[in-house]
Each structure stands twice: as C-alpha cells, then as structure tokens.
Design a protein around this ligand. Structure first.
Ligand code: 26V
Length: 814
C-alpha cells in the first residue's frame, strides 16, 4: 500500500490547509471569510486529498494494466459530495474538529453542498450507487456522462401545482470537478459521406463537411469506502472550436456572429427532465452522440497508450450501456476501429461484441428508444451506415435461424418502418443483457426479447439492483448504524450480509425499545423540516407513511391518494373511528410536459390543504407533499419512514431502489408483487410485509381478456363511488375531472390503464392490516428488525460483484 493510502490528516493539518486556501484564493483570514469561502476552502482540501489518492492509485502499474469497466450513462445522481467523501475517506471527525477550531460547523457547510442532480430518478441514482460500490470493492471503473450546466429542475409547489426552476448546481458544485482541458476530444455532426478507393482497390468512406463540437472533460473523483481506490466520473462539457465570427460581429449581426458557438454549447446545457416519457428528439440525439463519441475516443486513446494495439481491447475494457441511451457506443466503437484504425469489419465486430454489455431498466413501451431514420442519418451519417450494416447482417442470420417466422424476424429487426430501434441494437450487439430484478429479467426473456432469447439464451442474465447502503444507513441514520455496530460489530459496514446478525435481537425488548426511540428521533427531525418548509405540524407519534419516487401513473400515487380520500370520508362520517393517526408523506417530481402527473401532484397538494383546514381530521390524518424530492432529501426521509409504499401495478416497476433504502431503515413495505418487492418478500417472508393487489399473471389475464371495466367498480363498490364523488366535486376549490376522466374513459391509454380501481379493495384491506399491526408495537418493531436484517442482499457491493464476475469479467485491484 502506498503512503498516500495510509495517510490520514489530523484536525490540525486540515485547519492549516483550510487557512492556506482561504488566504490564497480569497485573500481572507478565517475570521473574515464568508461561509461560502470556508465551504469552498474545505472542499478544496478534501478534493486535494482525493487527487493525491487518485494519483497514488493510478501510478500503480497494476491499476493501469488490469481490466476496467467504463459505465456509460446519460444520467448520474451523485447527490451531495462533501459528507460522502469525508465518510469514505474517514475524515468526518477530523474536519468537524478543524472547522470548530476555526469557528464553523460541519453541518453548516454540508447545508451549502449542492446535490449534483445530473439524473431524473432510479436509473441515475443506481449509476452513482454502482460507482461507489465499484471503488469500494477495489475495482477500477469509471463513469462517463454529460456535464449538464443545469441538472434536474428545482421543484416548487406554487398555487397548488408544480413549477420548475433551473438548477444552477455548478455555482457551488464546480468545486468538486477538475477540468482536464488537455484531454478534450472533437465530435463530428452532420455532413456527408463519400467513397474513396485506394490503389489496392479497397473502398473507404470519408466523412466530409461535418460540424465540429469540442468535448472538454470535467472529472469528479469517486472514492470507495476506506479511500483506497479513487475512480472518476468523467463529465463532458460541449464548446465550440470556433469563437465569435468577427466579420459578422463587425457588421452588427451579433446573434448570427455567435450562432455556431451557441449551437455547440447548448448540447450540455440541460438534462432532459423526462423519465420514460416522450420528448424533443434532435437535441437528445446530439447529447447522446456527443458524450458517447468523446468517451470512446478517450477510451481507445488510453488503451493504445498502454498496449499499443487494439486487438486486446476486450481484455482490458468492459463497456457498460446503462439503458439504451448510450447505445450509439456500439456503432461508434465500430467506426473508430474501422475508420480511424483500419480494422476489418469481422475482427472489429468481434471486439465490440466481447466488450459491450447492456442493462435494460424499463419495459414501458414509450421508454424504449426509437429514432426516426431520416433524422438519425442526417445528424450522424456514418453511424447510420454502420447501424444499417449491423441490421443487414442480422437479417441474413435471422433468415437462416427463423426461416418460417416472419413476424418474429420483423420484431427483432434493428431498422424497421423508418425507425432505428435502439433496444434491439443493444441486445443484438452485447454479449450480456440483464434486467434489474428477477421478475423483470424474466419479462425481458419471455415478453420483450423472446426471439433473441431463443437465439442466444446464455446472453440473458439478471442482476437485482442494490444500493450504496452506507449512504442511507451509516451516514443518514448514524444512530441506527451505531446500534447495529454495538450489537453485531462493525463488519456489516464492509459486508452487508452481516446485517443478518441483527436478526437475533428481533424479540429483544431492550433492542426493540431502542429501535423505536431512534425512529422517533428521526421522525422528530423530519417533522422540524416539515414545519419549516410546509408550515404544518406533523405529529411524530403518528405513523409516517412514505411514497417518494418520480411521479408516474404506473407507480400509482393515485392509489395512495384514493385511500387517503377514503379514510378522510370515514373519519368525517364517524369521528370516533378507531384508527392510529397517520401522516402520509409524498415526494415526487413530474416531467414538465406530463399533464396527468402534474394533476396528481396538484391533487396531493389540494388534499393536504383541505385536511389542514379541518381541525377534526388533521390530528388523525395528514398529507404532506415535500417539494423538490432529491437525493439529499431522501437521506432525511428514509430514516424517519415507517411504511414504505411500493404500489406499482405488477409488471411495471423494473426493480425500485427506494424500497431497499426504506427497508434498511426499518420501514415496512406495503407493496405489490412487482420488481424487487418480490425479492424483498423472499428475504423477509410474507408475514413481515403488507402485500396486496393482483399478481402479474392476474394482470396479464385481465389485460388479455379485454373485460376490464372501471365503471363496474364505480357502480358496485360504494367506497370507490364515494371517492369518485369527492373528486368530481372538486377539492379545496380545485377541479379534478381530468383525473376522473383518466380513470373512466379519457387520459393516457384509455380508462384506468394501471388498474387503480381494480386493486383498490385489496389495497384498502392491506392498509387496515398496517393499522392493526402498528398498534402492537412489539410486533411492529420485530418486523422492523427482520427487514433491517434482511436488507443485506440489496447492497450495491453485492450487485457490482455480480456484474464484475458474470458480465464485466473484472477483478479487484486492491
Ligand atoms: C427513458 C427516457 C425516454 C425518453 C426521454 C428521457 C428518458 C429518460 C429516462 C428513461 C428511462 C427511465 C428508466 C428508469 O429510470 N428505470 C428505473 O430504473 C431503476 C434502476 O434500475 C429501477 O429501480 C426502476 O424500477 C426503473 O423504473
């Protein structure tokens, strides 16, 4: 182990370094510095330490020569960096002391540390969890993405509905990035192709008249737990190679003078705030190719520097495609190998196949990317010609394999009906394809890609998602983590499976009481936040029932709201009704153009207002909509949660990861048999969660029968009818007929496409079970212990080890 790896800084050294930074960068003594200056100085000190360890690790020849993974993703959601970096480097206490000696508090500084919100939801956060785990497992792996100037929008609830504000995260967040100007790459768009023949009669395609955009890398350093390995998240920012056109400027044509520069810079301007929803296409194609081309040129360049040949690329690099968004990596790598390095198609194709793997994260049809042929070929003519060749060769193979199955061949085509189907491109080209939970991987094999599965069954595999559990348990819930450590030792911090040792305390009265006390104090902390941000008093003695995730109809926040309306009506009818007080907490961003999702947010906000105005109800039933749900906010919510709402229609949620974060914090899952809930059930047993709703087979049967009629529920179920009536009459002065229509006839996908009404009776019954179980605190706490102890399998460390062994074929370096 090198010296830098064993060295840790003392509080005294840290405070001296902070003073040095304050003087050098801001000309300030600690006594005069502003809190922002102290924040920047402290971050610089931590960043220097990361850089030192990065250098030590990368000068180790072992790291240079061993196989590494490049994790390509349009989205990463690292959240805040300071606290996590300190934790992984073991510097939390030294920095705390250093700051206090200078008259500042660590909490104050962490309060300034912005979330890097370079993603929408589950897919982006998973990518960040995996970077943490790759480094924590001592492996070499780098993330590649876009340095969006504006991350996921800031959500405000104004006039009862969602509004979006820009997220200017770089203002303070830039301190975590280091610009690597010398490693900039050029990316080419548009233009045309020309054939050129050399004297040996060999044809070469020449790409001409393209527009060049420059990609400048900004690296975020990613330390593993223990700080021995530091990997990078490389984020590309777009700029133009041309400056302002001085001629046009001199003519007074100021806007035109800037046009080309402006066009280039717009590529990395903003993250698409859509999550599995339709959006504008041109800029998104450009964003994808921009970061893919830059990343692969960098990868090939780095490889050549060490090995001087590309023949062994697959032995030194694994390229992972996170959903279809980075699928252009496939034709782009072929382009680089063939056009830039003179390789023939067959060896190049063989290298691509052995290098690339693909994870699918959703089977919602609207999220499976398809590009219009015309647009794609205009923007990326060379890539288009390569994808056409992959498609042509596949068609030849398919005709041999499935001569009599035209429909199947059509389904598997990469180019069809004027569209490029990126998922088919990925499955045809990757050597491994995986889903993110057992249920989801099964659906991929049997329903989404059955032809590919018939052809190459060994290609398909499953890796159930996992989370960076140290962030949500050790960092976010230090008291719970401390309790587990006191009872079971510290082993669980590096080996999550040791959490199962906690199970033996399931019926221990003292432990149960301590667990309840910890939960109560976490609820009090969240209640303070709610008081400050929502102006309402959430009672920490009420059940904290939490649904936090992106807003989408398939996730069925509406089912939860329906039950709340039902409960409200019961309480109004019978004020003596014996139910334990409940606080229903929601956090969810809706894609800006997703009308129904925004209506559902408005409904939650309206219900919250209506109940607050009703003194007879609000002490027993409260609705809180927490605005701007983010990684940092989740770290406050998860430790305080008691009920975890995972209520998607079976078959729709690929995995879910919030379910894992809530479970490890002792919340009990109220859920359908969907995504990873199925595996949660295996880990804790049916008796330790609240299952409800149709199983996937029942959903499929109901869909196939075509017999589903939401009207029948409306007519036959008195509770449904009463809730619908409340909705149609308007809530707190707002009309929600839009939602009503979506359930009956109108809305996206016809009447109630996600079977909210069909699952309502079963959900209601499960909610009653929750209420009954909570009254038996010994039972509830025992169930909570079982959930914490069973959460080990959902660690990202485990997931990454499975990827490393079965997909990437990489090994730990340290
Ligand atoms: C799709 C699209 C398509 C249109 C434009 C923008 C856009 C952005 C993202 C997506 C894909 C979203 C897929 C996704 O986030 N899937 C989630 O992945 C989690 C990690 O595997 C998983 O836990 C969730 O169940 C799954 O919904």
């Amino acid at each position: 182990m090198s010296e830098a790896m064993t060295m840790t800084m003392t509080a005294k050294e840290i405070s001296e370094r902070i003073e040095g930074k304050l003087l050098r960068y801001f000309g300030a003594e600690p006594g005069q510095a502003t809190v922002q200056q102290v924040y920047r100085a402290a971050c610089m000190v931590v960043r220097d330490e990361l850089a030192l360890r990065w250098k030590a690790y990368h000068s180790n020849g072992n790291a240079r020569n061993k196989k590494r993974v490049y994790y390509l993703s349009m989205e990463f959601l690292p959240g805040a960096s300071l606290k996590n970096n300190l934790f992984n480097l073991g510097l939390t206490e030294p920095l705390r002391q250093a700051l206090s000696s200078l008259g500042w508090s660590l909490e104050e500084l962490c309060g300034l540390d912005p979330d890097a919100g370079l993603g929408n939801g589950g897919l982006g956060r998973l990518a960040s969890c995996y970077l943490d785990a790759i480094a924590s497992q001592g492996m070499s792996g780098h993330g590649m993405s876009i340095c969006y100037e504006y991350g996921i929008f800031k959500q405000r609830i104004l006039d009862g509905g969602q509004t979006e504000e820009p997220d200017d995260w770089l203002d303070l967040g830039e301190v975590w990035l280091r610009e690597m100007e010398d490693e900039a790459e050029e990316v080419h768009f548009g233009g045309s192709l020309e054939e050129e023949w050399d004297d040996k009669g060999k044809m070469k395609l020449i790409h001409k008249d393209f527009t060049t955009v420059v990609a400048v890398p900004y690296d975020m350093l990613i330390p593993g737990y223990g700080g021995q390995v530091v990997n990078t998240l490389r984020l590309w920012k777009s700029t133009s190679p041309v400056g302002i056109d001085m001629k046009l400027f001199a003519q007074g044509k100021y806007l035109q003078a800037q046009k080309e520069k402006h066009m280039a810079e717009i590529i990395s301007k903003i993250l698409y705030p859509e999550d599995a929803h339709e959006e504008g296409k041109t800029l998104r194609i450009m964003q994808q190719y921009f970061f893919i081309s830059a990343s692969l040129q960098f990868l090939v360049r780095t490889h050549l520097k060490t090995f001087a040949t590309l023949d062994n690329l697959h032995e030194a690099a694994a390229i992972h495609i996170n959903d279809t968004h980075p699928a252009m990596a496939i034709p782009e790598l072929l382009r680089i190998l063939i056009d830039d390095h003179g390789m023939e198609w067959d060896p190049a194709w063989s290298i691509v196949k052995k290098t690339v793997s693909y994870t699918n994260h959703t089977i919602l049809p609207e999220a499976l990317e398809k590009w219009p042929e015309g647009l794609f070929s205009r923007l990326l003519p060379r890539l288009y010609s390569i994808v056409s060749e992959i498609n042509r060769r596949q068609a030849v193979d398919l005709l041999k394999t499935f001569p009599d199955r035209e429909a199947l061949r059509r389904e598997m085509a990469i180019i069809h009906n004027g569209e490029l189907r990126m998922a088919n491109l990925c499955v045809a080209s990757a050597h491994r394809v995986n889903g993110v939970s057992a249920l989801h991987s099964g659906l991929l094999r049997d329903k989404v890609f059955p032809g590919f599965y018939l052809m190459e069954p060994e290609k398909f595999t499953n890796v159930t998602n996992g989370i960076a559990y140290r962030r949500w348990l050790c960092q976010a819930n230090p008291r719970l983590s401390g309790l587990i450590e006191e009872l079971c030792g510290p082993g669980f911090k590096t080996d999550a499976s040791q959490l199962k040792d906690f199970l033996k305390f399931k019926d221990d009265k003292g432990v149960q009481e301590e667990l309840a006390a910890i939960k109560l104090s976490n609820k009090e902390r969240l209640a303070e936040y709610i008081k400050e941000h929502n102006g309402v008093t959430a009672d920490p003695r009420s059940i904290f029932d939490v649904q936090v995730k992106r807003l989408h109809e398939y996730k069925r926040q509406l089912l939860n709201l329906f039950h709340i309306m039902h409960l409200y009506q019961r309480l109004k009818e019978d004020p003596s009704l014996d139910v334990h007080p409940r606080t229903f907490l929601f956090g969810a961003k809706a894609a800006a153009g997703y009308y129904m999702a925004k209506e559902i947010i408005s409904l939650a906000a309206a219900l919250s207002r209506m109940i607050e105005k009703d003194p007879a109800v609000r002490e027993r039933l409260r609705v809180v909509f927490l605005e701007n749900y983010s990684v940092s906010l989740s770290e406050l919510i998860m430790p305080a949660a008691e009920v975890s709402e995972q209520i998607s229609l079976a078959g729709k949620e690929a995995s879910g990861t919030g379910n894992m974060k809530l479970m490890i914090n002792g919340a009990l899952t109220l859920g359908t048999m969907d995504g990873a809930n199925v595996e949660i059930c295996q880990a804790v047993g049916e008796e330790n969660m609240f299952l409800f709703g149709m199983r996937i087979e029942e959903v499929e049967a109901l869909q196939a029968s075509g017999a589903y009629s939401p009207w029948e529920y409306f007519r036959q179920d008195r509770d449904v009818a009463a809730v619908m009536k409340l909705l149609s009459g308007g809530i707190d002065g707002r009309d929600f007929r839009s939602i009503l229509n979506s359930l009956t006839t109108g809305g996206s996908g016809g009447g109630d496409p996600y079977f909210v009404l069909a699952d309502f009776p079963s959900y209601k019954e499960a909610q009653e079970r929750v209420d009954r179980s909570y009254r038996d605190q010994a039972l509830w706490n025992a169930m909570s212990v079982v959930n914490i102890a069973g959460a080990g399998v959902f660690s990202a460390d485990r997931a990454v080890r499975e990827y490393a062994e079965n997909i990437w074929h990489i090994k730990p370096i340290v």
